[in-house]
Design a protein around this ligand. Structure first.
Ligand SMILES: *[C@@H]1O[C@H](CO)[C@@H](O)[C@H](O)[C@H]1NC(C)=O
Length: 275
C-alpha cells in the first residue's frame, strides 16, 4: 500500500517533471526512433508543413485516421511516413499526397460517433524498418476489457496550452469501463457503443488532483494498441486533456470491418455499384 503522503509526493514529482521537461502526449515518453513504424503524420501546408493529426498505415496505400481531422476534405494536406522528428530532415521520411479521403458517412460532429476515416495515398509506400503496416482488429476479434493495458502514440500537445513535441511520444494507459464513461459526470449519453475510453490507471475512487497521462490535441487519428494490434482510433478532439473525468475516447475499429473492406476494396473490385 502506498500512503497518501507518498502518493502525493509521487504525484507532485510527476507534475514537476511534466512542467519542467515540457515533453509529451501528456506524460508518456519519447519512443525509440521508428519503433512504431506504422505511425503517420498528417500535415497541412503553409510556410512550413505543420503536423495536425496522426494516422496509421494498415495497407500498402492506406492510412487510417479520424474523420474530425479533415471533416471538409484534404485541402492540400500531405501524409508523411517514417517520421521520428517532425522538424529534422530524416532519410526515412516518405511524403504522400492524399488521392482519396473516405470519411465515415455516419460521423456525428456533436459526439464524434463513427470517427473513422481512410486515406488512400497517391502511391504505395516503400516498406522499410521505418515504414510498415500495423494489424487492426476485425469483427469477432477481442477488444480490451476494463482495466486492460493499452498504448497510444502521437505528436500531439503536451499540455492544454498547445505546446507540441517534435519527436513521437507514447503512453501506456488503462481501459476505463463503458459504464463509467456513460455516467453523467463523465460523458453521459454522448458515449456510444462505438467508443472505448482509456486513461492512466487510477484506483476507485480517483482522488488525484488530475490525471497526467493522456492523449491530447494533435494525437487525433492515431492508434490505440492492444497487444500490438490497433483496436482504436484517437478521437474526442476538443476536450481538455488529462482530466480525471474526461478519459481519452477511441473509436472501436472492429465495428467497421465491413465499411473498411468495402472502402478499400472498391477500387479493385469489378463491381459497378457506386457509393
Ligand atoms: C520508392 O523507391 C523508389 C526507388 O528508390 C522511388 O523511386 C520512389 O519514389 C519511392 N517511393 C516512395 C513512396 O517514396
Amino acid at each position: 500500500m502506498v500512503s497518501e503522503k507518498e502518493a502525493f509526493v509521487a504525484a507532485a514529482v510527476v507534475v514537476f517533471a511534466l512542467i519542467s521537461q515540457a515533453e509529451g502526449i501528456i506524460g508518456g515518453r519519447e519512443v525509440v526512433p521508428h519503433s512504431r513504424p506504422y505511425m503517420a503524420s498528417i500535415q497541412i501546408p503553409g510556410e512550413t508543413m505543420k503536423h495536425e493529426c496522426g494516422g496509421f498505415v494498415i495497407a500498402d496505400q492506406w492510412v487510417m485516421t479520424a474523420v474530425h481531422c479533415m471533416p471538409t476534405g484534404p485541402n492540400g494536406r500531405k501524409v508523411v511516413l517514417g517520421v521520428h522528428s517532425l522538424s529534422e530532415p530524416e532519410d526515412t521520411k516518405q511524403t504522400f499526397d492524399i488521392s482519396e479521403l473516405h470519411n465515415h458517412p455516419d460521423f456525428n460532429p456533436s459526439n464524434y460517433d463513427n470517427d473513422i476515416a481512410l486515406i488512400k495515398l497517391d502511391r504505395p509506400f516503400n516498406s522499410s524498418e521505418a515504414v510498415k503496416t500495423v494489424e487492426y482488429l476485425r469483427a469477432g476479434g477481442t477488444n480490451p476489457d476494463k482495466g486492460a493495458e493499452v498504448e497510444t502514440a502521437g505528436w500531439g500537445s503536451i499540455d492544454n496550452l498547445g505546446f507540441r513535441p517534435d519527436k513521437l511520444k507514447e503512453v501506456v494507459i488503462g481501459v476505463v469501463s463503458s459504464l463509467r464513461c456513460k455516467r453523467s459526470d463523465y460523458f453521459g449519453r454522448k458515449f456510444t457503443v462505438n467508443m472505448i475510453c482509456a486513461q492512466k490507471v487510477c484506483n476507485d475512487p480517483c482522488d488525484q488532483p488530475y490525471n497526467v497521462e493522456d492523449s491530447c490535441d494533435g494525437d487525433s487519428g492515431g492508434p490505440l494498441l492492444y497487444n500490438g494490434i490497433a483496436v482504436g482510433i484517437t478521437s474526442n478532439g476538443g476536450k481538455k486533456c488529462g482530466q480525471i473525468k474526461k478519459p481519452g475516447i477511441y473509436t472501436v475499429i472492429s465495428h467497421y470491418t465491413e465499411w473498411i473492406d468495402n472502402t478499400m476494396g472498391q477500387q479493385t473490385a469489378e463491381s459497378d455499384e457506386s457509393t
